[in-house]
Design a protein around this ligand. Structure first.
Ligand code: HEC
Length: 106
């Protein structure tokens, strides 16, 4: 009985790791196809479109401090010249792309 519980716990841990790796992969794919043309592969916004529209670098202190909810809502509703993605990306895709953006802030 005890062994089974341990096996179940290990299994659950392995599954959740796999799920978060997958989520990060698809966040990266969404980012590359929808966001990188302005924000740049590195998130610094140093692309021609990013510079023209003044895309804020993701590693700026304000965005590092911003909560996930802030970044999700900016992505959904747009901000300044940043297009809104509500209806174009699912909530799950937006959450994944925001967790990918977090990896660009390090
Ligand atoms: C057409 C160019 C463009 C594209 C494409 C684009 N962005 Fe932006 N983004 C901007 C600009 C410009 C800003 C700065 C907006 C401002 O502060 O006025 C911005 C700002 C942001 C911010 C910061 C908002 C804040 O609170 O200051 C986030 C988060 C963001 N973008 C996420 C994304 C994600 C995720 C995608 C892809 C799904 C994306 N952007 C695609 C131009 C773009």
């Amino acid at each position: 009985m005890r062994n089974r519980t341990i096996a179940a716990v290990i299994c659950a841990m392995a599954l959740s790791t796999a799920a978060s790796v997958l989520a990060q992969d698809s966040g990266a794919a969404t980012y590359k196809s929808k966001c990188a043309m302005c924000h740049g592969a590195d998130g610094l916004g140093a692309t021609p479109a990013g510079k023209a529209m003044k895309a804020i670098p993701f590693n700026s202190p304000d965005l590092v401090k911003a909560t996930d909810a802030d970044l999700v809502s900016a992505t959904k509703n747009g901000k300044g010249k940043m297009p809104a993605y509500a209806g174009k990306l699912s909530d799950a895709q937006i959450t994944e792309v925001v967790s990918y953006i977090r990896t660009l802030q390090k």
